[in-house]
Design a protein around this ligand. Structure first.
Ligand SMILES: Cc1cc2nc3c(=O)[nH]c(=O)nc-3n(C[C@H](O)[C@H](O)[C@H](O)COP(=O)(O)OP(=O)(O)OC[C@H]3O[C@@H](n4cnc5c(N)ncnc54)[C@H](O)[C@@H]3O)c2cc1C
Length: 1164
């Protein structure tokens, strides 16, 4: 699929070669029609999945920092980008100016802004009419001269919080000057503003301007209908002109149509359309964008990108490459980045695609190139805990140099297979031919010197021989954590100056190669299976790698066996090997030393006539696999190689096991330890096609194969992963069980995300995840609401970081299991409605038979969905149709807050939404019927919240979220939670008591708690007749609340303490009193009769909801006093879901009572 940019080149070239007529700029109508094509159909995905969410997240902190926003948009087309932001943000925009030179588009925009739809205008709170300039944005201040549509007044020095270049800065040259001009137009206070650029097709080089943040969307696509009329309009829009002479114009059009049809891709999902690749890039600049000279005055400039091996990286144009020669230079880089709130990349061996990043400063560590060998006992008598030899390696060293120097001393370090690979390898894992014997490269790290990206201090961690500790280096408080992180995720936590490795005796290797062309796919699978079997029996000093590749029109399986020995091996020694028993005699046999080993790799010499030495570029992603011979894995491997987009692509399977698995998964950050083979999916293309469609296809093939293997894998290798959004899903399988710990460390060790472009780590989630079950009948709009609320949450910040929210349908789990069991196509089941319909009956039967076999299926599915969303702060689950899900499920996620929002709409609305107008339509939700039972007509329990979704559009859903959902992520709740101290071994040994009543004993605690009780109440205080509470804990909070909301307080006390007449019931002991004393008994509680007026609504307040016994007794008492459950709401300060109190209340007939808790606490 060609990019729009390459299409443009070809169209222009074609016009040049076929005609001599003068070009003519596009008319407003022609431009506007072309512009529309970009946004239609699949083109809209770029807006929906990239531009709008990125913009919302980027701007959220700015919007949170000030009440009102002024914005300037440049070239937005017929709709303002800001107009797509969530309502909470749009309502803050008070001043809006726009430059849109196309008259038609400007008129469209004006209409969109000024004639509000039936629900709400896109920018509803503007203080004056929008200033719409029908002219281009130019370098000199043209605001005065340009004619605005509106009559709004302005001064020359107009300043904005946001300047937004909406679409690729068309026609603006030189682009950096326009950005500089926009920077001058930013407000300076309260924290300056932001310039945002969205750019299609490749990255912009902006001559030394430094980005605050960037994001890419490489998978953007534009579709155009494959008919002459639309192609004519599209082609001239992309080329940027038409022909003046009509006779010349016609043949050009014909040629252009041909070009479009040749370069565009056709896909089954988009019949009658041509698709073009339109990668998108976002760049955000602040007033610090011009701060580069300050850094260059302190730190030497690098030698350009020559030291960078990776061709993808070289296509990125960094703001600058600096090359520190002293540790203080590295510190200066960090200080500069922190001061100006920008990120940095680091260049080690230069093999990753992200060591250079567009408009970001790169720190090339190449000058730190020393290897120091300390044989056992040396180091001035100050060697660390390791008794053996140590090697101190500076972070600009390459594998080859380390191996060569250590070998000269009779030593080695377990590293990788290529001599030119650098620090990225040993800081993120390091798989080599000694891994089965000695472990990964990162396992051999015993110490490091690191420049902190939080404080810029030089940190010394673990064992660092004294003479290699830089002057002034300090040992950090979190040294253990940092050393742990260095072993597998080290590129994310600081700029590493050097590491100390423990060394091993240098071995000699015997190498045997086999190349077998299997006769067909079946034989290939069998061979892989035999190979897997034999390899698993090899001793630790041996490892076997396999290659799958296509050569001379045939699939090939290549196998290399490496055997290491510290006693001398000679060429006379070939002995029959287990591998030989299945593959026959080897094709060749060699004995080499550690340096000679580099030349023996099959991809360097054996495959494809040794393309490794040729002029090729490559792209790799690596997954960890067990059982490569299993049919489902082998099938994917063989099919992958068949579908390779260019001849030299291959799969490399490196053997694991042995010492790699000896280390516990959580003992080092690396985490993924349980695998037999690391499968490196390698896309290769001719170097002279870097950046072309061929290169893009190879990269996409790598991601496709990795995506297919991922569900069957036991992890992904983090070493290759970077800021490409396609890496996020792979990164979610890297680091095994360590992701949460790494997330927390990232937020404490790199709080300002200086190393923003390293392997993506999850963001540290909020202290408490919020899980919202969005329920309701078919057609009520559950999925729609869930999506709206995802975007509302995504623009919230928590502790100055934006929240992540995701909506998931629980019925997808059934579809996944069904697809795995039956071979149905999962992707189509999830996305293709017609395909899903074909499988509906079988899917339902499958679900029912599953429920029969697994009565706890609901719980299993719920936990699956929650565990898949481990990094998400707010998870919205749709497709759940079970009664009282909060009562029945909350104990399974005791550390999360579980809410149910029931979405309601009238029968008529639901019928219209389902698209059926007859009276007998089936009310089962299409989306969910595979999973759940009959639809709920009347609820016999009370959901946490109910949302009436009658109106079209997202305004009411947005407002609902702001009023009722957003308060659950307010930091005040966390402040309150922090006031609950944990008291170990109270009231008896082994119990960790949470002192909820202790909140009242802390400064401001009672006031905070009371005000939260007041604001979190979902009812109307004006309609509440009494606040009731049972002594003693609850009364503390109830009386303060009663005072605040000015409602009478009703006391419930132990029997005998209130004047007659009273009503009373028996109350079993509370959870904590039964723990405190074995003799605690039932007692009676009572309240004065008639103290609550008949029909009044009552709010019951308690400090804690655990087993629910106390609240049950209170509700029974209120019932006895003729107060119906419909009139009662319960508010508790803290709930302990493990005790299943809500379920008890439901079982005792109080399911319809509304229960709200401020805090949800894990533990007992
Ligand atoms: C041809 C080739 C062969 C490979 N062979 C193997 C192999 O045998 N075994 C194996 O395990 N992997 C192998 N890999 C994967 C390799 O380990 C990763 O690509 C690794 O990230 C490359 O590290 P680098 O230093 O060469 O690259 P770079 O691009 O320079 O760095 C990679 C990452 O490390 C960061 N980084 C580099 N230096 C520092 C530092 N001093 N402080 C903090 N961060 C730093 C960079 O910012 C970047 O994020 C291979 C890759 C290629 C391309």
């Amino acid at each position: 699929m060609a990019t729009l940019d390459s299409l443009k080149q070809v169209l222009r070239q074609k016009a040049k070669t076929t005609v001599s007529s003068t070009k003519q700029p596009l008319s407003d109508t022609q431009y506007s029609a072309g512009f529309d094509i970009l946004l239609q159909g699949v083109g809209w995905t770029t807006y929906q999945d990239f531009i709008i969410p990125q913009l919302s997240q980027l701007l959220a902190p700015l919007f949170n920092s000030r009440p009102h926003i002024s914005a300037l948009e440049i070239g937005p087309g017929p709709k303002s980008l800001l107009g797509y932001l969530p309502g909470r943000l749009r309502r803050q925009v008070r001043k809006y100016t726009v430059f849109e030179p196309n008259g038609l588009l400007a008129t469209g925009l004006e209409e969109w802004l000024c004639s509000p739809s039936e629900t709400e205008s896109p920018l509803p709170c503007l203080e004056s009419p929008p200033n719409i300039y029908r002219s281009p944005f130019v370098l000199q201040d043209n605001i005065e001269s340009a004619t605005a549509t509106s009559t709004g007044t302005r001064d020359n020095d107009e300043k904005y919080d946001i300047v937004l270049f909406c679409h690729s800065m068309y026609g603006m040259k030189p682009k950096h000057k326009f950005i500089e001009r926009a920077l001058e137009m930013l407000v300076e206070r309260p924290q300056g503003g932001i310039v945002v650029v969205f750019h299609r097709d490749g990255t912009l080089h902006l001559d030394g301007l430094v980005c605050h943040r960037t994001a890419s969307f490489p998978t953007g696509v534009v579709s155009v209908a494959d008919n002459d009329e639309e192609l004519d309009c599209f082609a001239s829009f992309i080329a940027g002109f038409t022909m003046q002479d009509i006779d010349v114009d016609n043949p050009t059009r014909v040629d252009w149509r041909k070009v479009c049809r040749t370069l565009g891709r056709r896909e089954e999902a988009y019949p009658d359309h041509l698709l073009f690749s339109a990668p998108n890039f976002m760049m955000a600049f602040t007033q610090h964008a011009t701060a580069l000279p300050e850094l260059l005055a302190q730190v030497p400039l690098g030698k350009g990108d020559k030291t960078v091996k990776n061709r993808e990286a070289r296509l990125h144009r960094p703001a600058s490459i600096v090359r520190p020669t002293e540790v203080r230079h590295v510190q200066q880089c960090v200080r500069w980045a922190l001061k100006h709130e920008v990120g940095l990349t680091v260049v080690g061996g230069g093999h990753s695609g992200h060591c250079l990043w567009p408009n970001v400063v790169s720190v090339d560590m190449g000058a730190f190139d020393q290897v120091h060998i300390l044989t056992a006992g040396v180091d001035g008598g100050n060697s660390g805990p390791q008794s053996g030899s140590l090697v101190v390696v500076e972070s600009g060293c390459k594998t080859g140099e380390i191996i060569r120097k250590t070998m000269a001393a009779g030593l080695t370090v377990p590293l990788g297979a290529r001599p030119s690979v650098g620090a990225g390898l040993w800081l993120q894992g390091g798989i080599g031919h000694l891994a089965r014997l000695h472990g990964l490269a990162c396992d051999a790290i015993v110490g490091a010197v690191v420049v902190s990206v939080d404080s810029s201090q030089v940190l010394c961690i673990g064992t660092v021989p004294s003479k290699h500790r830089p002057a002034g280096a300090v040992r950090p408080g979190n040294e253990t954590d940092l050393l742990w992180a260095m072993k597998g995720a080290g590129t994310n936590f600081g700029i590493v100056i050097s590491v100390t490795f423990k060394a091993y005796a240098a071995p000699t290797y015997s190498i045997r190669n086999w190349i077998v062309p299997p006769s067909d796919n079946l034989e290939a699978r069998l061979r892989l299976s035999d190979f897997d079997n034999v390899a698993s029996k090899l001793p630790r000093n041996a490892s076997a790698d396999a290659y799958l590749y296509w050569d001379n029109d045939k699939l090939h399986l290549g196998v290399t066996m490496f055997e290491s020995s510290t006693s001398r091996l000679t060429l006379e020694m070939p002995t029959p090997t287990p591998t030989g028993t299945i593959l026959g005699p080897e094709d060749n046999f060699k004995v080499v030393d550690s340096v000679g080993l580099f030349d023996t790799e099959m991809y360097m010499s054996g495959m494809h006539g040794g393309h490794g030495g040729g002029k090729t570029s490559s792209f790799k992603r690596c997954l960890f696999l067990k059982c490569i011979g299993a049919v489902n894995v082998a099938d994917i491997l063989v099919a992958a190689i068949e579908t390779r987009p260019s001849p030299l692509c291959y799969l490399h399977l490196l053997q694991g096991g042995g010492a790699i698995g000896d280390v516990a998964a959580d003992a080092t950050a690396f985490g993924c330890r349980d695998w037999d083979f690391a499968c490196v999916v390698t896309g290769i293309w001719p170097r002279d096609q870097d950046g072309t469609e061929t290169a893009r296809a190879a990269v996409q093939w790598v991601y496709n194969v990795a995506g297919e293997l991922l569900p069957l894998s036991s992890g992904a290798y983090g070493a290759d992963l970077g800021p490409d959004p396609r890496d996020v899903v792979l990164a979610s399988k890297a680091f095994g069980p360590n992701r949460q710990r790494l997330a927390r460390l990232k937020s404490s060790l790199d709080p300002r995300n200086v190393l923003a472009y390293a392997c993506p780590l999850p963001k540290a989630p909020m202290e408490q995840k919020l899980i919202i079950l969005v329920t309701g009948e078919s057609g009520a709009g559950k999925d729609y609401c869930a999506d709206v609320w995802v975007s509302t949450f995504s623009t919230c910040t928590y502790k100055s970081k934006s929240l992540t929210a995701r909506a998931i349908s629980i019925s997808d789990t059934t579809k996944r299991e069904y697809a795995a069991a039956t071979g149905a196509n999962l992707n189509r089941l999830l996305r293709d409605r017609a395909y899903k319909e074909q499988h509906r009956a079988a899917l339902t039967a499958f679900f029912q038979s599953q429920v029969r076999q697994r009565p706890r299926l609901l719980e299993e599915h719920f936990l699956d969905v929650v565990s898949e969303a481990v990094d998400v702060d707010v998870l919205l689950i749709t497709g759940m149709r079970d009664v009282a899900p909060v009562a029945t499920l909350s104990h399974l996620v005791p550390d999360s807050r579980l809410l149910e929002v029931h979405v309601q709409a009238s029968e008529q609305t639901r019928r219209i939404r389902r698209g059926c107008h007859g009276s007998n339509s089936n009310t089962n939700d299409n989306k969910d019927s595979s999973n759940r039972g009959s639809s709920l007509t009347a609820l016999d329990y009370r959901p946490s919240l109910t949302f009436g979704n009658e109106t079209t559009g997202k305004v009411t859903a947005d407002r609902f979220a702001e009023q009722y959902l957003i308060p659950f992520v307010h930091e005040d709740l966390q402040r309150l939670a922090n006031m609950v101290h944990q008291v170990p071994n109270f009231p008896r040994p082994g119990v960790d008591f949470r002192h909820v009543l202790g909140i009242a004993q802390q400064p401001g605690g009672l006031a905070l708690c009371t005000s939260l009780l007041q604001t979190h109440f979902t009812g109307d205080w004006a309609k509440v007749g009494a606040v009731a509470s049972c002594e003693v804990g609850g009364i503390v909070y109830a009386s303060a609340l009663a005072l605040l909301v000015d409602v009478p307080l009703v006391l419930i006390r132990e029997a005998g303490k209130l004047p007659l007449p009273t009503v009373s019931v028996i109350k079993p002991p509370s959870h904590i009193s039964s723990l405190a004393s074995t003799s605690s008994k039932e007692r009676r509680i009572e309240m004065e009769r008639d103290v609550v007026p008949r029909g009044a609504s009552v709010v019951v307040v308690d400090d804690v909801l655990s087993t629910g016994e106390t609240l049950c007794a209170v509700l029974q008492l209120l019932e006895k006093a003729s107060i119906g459950v419909e009139d009662v709401n319960i508010m508790v300060v803290a709930e302990f879901p493990v005790h299943r109190g809500r379920e008890l209340l439901r079982q005792r007939g109080f399911g319809r009572v509304n229960i709200q808790s401020l805090l949800v606490l894990g533990g007992a």
